[in-house]
Design a protein around this ligand. Structure first.
Ligand SMILES: NC(=O)c1ccc[n+]([C@@H]2O[C@H](COP(=O)([O-])OP(=O)(O)OC[C@H]3O[C@@H](n4cnc5c(N)ncnc54)[C@H](OP(=O)(O)O)[C@@H]3O)[C@@H](O)[C@H]2O)c1
Length: 298
């Protein structure tokens, strides 16, 4: 079994390490985090590994996972390169979605093999993630020798593997930022609109839950154009105008969000209804500068 050292062992690092340990995919060796106490907690959670106070105190290993925050990966790779700890033909990888394996460039001069493998999973609660990881898509790129060592270990804990181009990886990551992080922001904006209508967050959340689930299911199990309902789908320009006017009176941010997402919604609507003068009128409304609405009575 290959040995694995981990530098940075927070939500993602400790979840994957516990799964690899339980499924006997890697022998977990040394762990370093920003604070030594955290490394000890990570070892307890994983059920294996040795907490180390600093990178320089780590022993050699076949594989190295750099699971620090993204901004620290390049500097950590540089420290690892300087340490001389990475032995010939070992594998170094990270799990960032926005960065490719070239972030590990400080190690490129060594004989190490470099890769990145990004799980499309939210590791907010490691104890839950260990039970839900199986079936997670993991996008990989990097040197063939590194991938030959790493992909079986990901497969062994239930990952679905998909190749990605390093050059376009930033678009791939923007996709999940839009779908996950921005969905959170969108729901927050929706709750703000409910509050403007005098509906409290707890009631609004209960109202939204079924319709949001249904919309996500319809969009992804069928298609966005099948899922789309509402004023833009019906080409109800007056409703769009009144909503834009009402939001402009409350919050510029909400009004701008409504405009921008309205334009994306128009693209979806146009896939169903080719040329439509009503949709052209809605586009003019959404593209009009804010003052055109804010002067009108609410
Ligand atoms: N969380 C997710 O849902 C998710 C999903 C996919 C990919 N990823 C990727 O996984 C990686 C780790 O993310 P995460 O969410 O697990 O982060 P995290 O929970 O914040 O954990 C980061 C870990 O790095 C340690 N650390 C910070 N700076 C360090 C340094 N300079 N040297 C050594 N250790 C350092 C922290 O130490 P302390 O414990 O002492 O603070 C912590 O253990 C990132 O590349 C991220 O893009 C995350």
């Amino acid at each position: 079994m290959l040995t694995l050292n981990i530098i940075g062992c927070g939500n993602l690092g400790r979840t994957l390490a516990r799964l690899w340990h339980q499924q006997q995919q890697f022998q977990i060796r040394d762990l370093v985090t920003a604070s030594p106490a955290s490394a000890s907690r990570a070892c307890e959670f994983i059920g294996a590994g040795r907490p180390r106070s600093d990178l320089t105190a780590m022993a050699a290993a076949d594989c190295w996972l750099l699971a620090t925050p993204d901004d620290a990966i390049a500097a950590t790779a540089a420290r690892l390169a300087e340490s001389g700890l990475v032995s010939a033909n070992s594998i170094v990888f990270h799990c960032s979605g926005s960065l490719a394996s070239d972030t590990l460039a400080p190690l490129a001069g060594s004989t190490a093999h470099l890769a990145s493998i990004h799980p499309v999973h939210t590791f907010a609660v490691p104890a839950e993630s260990v039970t839900r990881f199986a079936g997670t898509y993991c996008a990989y790129e990097g040197e063939p020798v590194a991938l030959a060592g790493l992909l079986p270990a990901f497969k062994g804990i239930g990952a679905e593997l998909i190749a990605i181009e390093a050059a376009t990886k930033i678009h791939y990551h923007a996709a999940s930022v839009m779908a996950c992080n921005y969905l959170v922001a969108l729901l927050d904006a929706s709750l703000e609109c409910y509050a403007n209508a005098g509906i409290d967050a707890a009631t609004a959340s209960k109202m939204l839950l079924p319709i949001v689930h249904q919309t996500v299911d319809n969009s992804l199990l069928q298609s966005p154009q099948r899922a789309l309902t509402g004023p833009i789908a019906r080409a109800d320009g007056n409703t769009v105008e009144r909503q834009l006017q009402a939001l402009t009176g409350k919050s510029e941010l909400l009004a701008n969000l409504y405009r921008q997402l309205g334009l994306q919604t128009l693209q979806v609507a146009r896939r169903r209804t080719s040329a439509s003068p009503q949709l052209d009128k809605i586009e003019q409304l959404l593209r009009a500068p804010a003052p055109a609405y804010s002067n009108k009575p609410g």
